[in-house]
Design a protein around this ligand. Sequence first.
Ligand code: DSN
Length: 426
Amino acid sequence: MHQPPIPHVARTDPEIAELIEHEARREYEKIRLIPSENYVSAAVLEASGSVLTNKYSEGYPGRRYYEGQQFTDVIETLAIERAKALFGVGHANVQPYSGSPANLAVYLAFAEPGDTIMGMALPMGGHLTHGWPVSVTGKWFRAVQYDVRRDTGRVDLDEVRDLARRERPKLIFCGGTAIPRTIDFPAFAEIAGEIGAILVADIAHIAGLIAGGAHPSPVGYASVITTTTHKTLRGPRGAMILSAPEYASALDRAVFPGLQGGPHDHTTAAIAVALHEASQPAFRDYAHQVVANAQALAAALTARSYDLITGGTDNHLILVDLTRQGIGGKAAARALDRAGIELNYNTVPYDPRRPFDPSGIRLGTPAITTRGLREEHMPMIAAWIDEVITAATSDDAPLDHLAADIRDFLAPYPIPSWTPGPVSAQ
Ligand code: DSN
């Protein structure tokens, strides 16, 4: 049964209620390895589903364009103060609807269309909004993109420096979506400082690790930090922009009225709840366990002859090149999903295959760590992955029996949002 229960949806719209129940059960029964996903607490879910969805609050606390902000002002102020305290920054904007709008707000604050900006290329592990050609950020700005080295799979900071000196971008983005290694914020800051660029650290993937002390912080190095709130940070779907106070007014004006209208107050409340949770000692344990689990899973996959980009991981994320296994990432991801293991297909650096059917898969450990799995469980997961991929490359043998084994394996590890039992009352 979904937690919190959803009896009113069940009465009003049984079709949707049934689909929500199915999704909750699916999340309960799968080994969820998509590195950008997690399980939020029931408290975060409750705040996300609260009456705050009824309110409009354009503006900022104390400066709104609508009346009735007696409680929303306090909630947003709490979210801001908690973000500042958790990350050790002087300013936080908690209104961006998600990571892409947060990054767009940074462009709006500090660049003009046609300006040169620089970021990591998407197929190398960057993000669409760091200047990839199909994104508005690649269309409206002159984007130059840095790569990773072919031999190491890692960013070569000498190459980044050379490119920055040559192209003199106004903004430099570091961070991305498929980077298995520690981001060297001091080195990026040095490069940005040399050419007078603004360094933007997009920490969407690793925000929870940073909050929990399991990855170095960009604070003091990056002028601006953007992050989603729903990945390792384990909050609702949303985003934040963190900075020193000197950038506050440009960033705030860019978010509202520059880019967005009313903030989603229900999300703001859920962000505040998640930030409170992330400030507790247990969150530090979780963050370090995420990394320990990823490293144990990486070691177990390597022992089974899987090629890991960069040879391993320092964080929550593993990128695997399946060329040696003779299967594309998409076919592998589909077979794994059928067997009860959920991950996503992904390009690998210098991938000869197309992005819609690339050579790699991307895995991560935030969700299974939230669920309570530890290092000792990782060899079993690697063995199942290997069994599925081997079966999928040979004779498409039935994989469904594995899904039952995986359900049994996961049963002792509860999730906050679903408990076995009857569905919500009709
Ligand atoms: N879609 C996110 C991810 O999966 O990494 C990035 O925006």
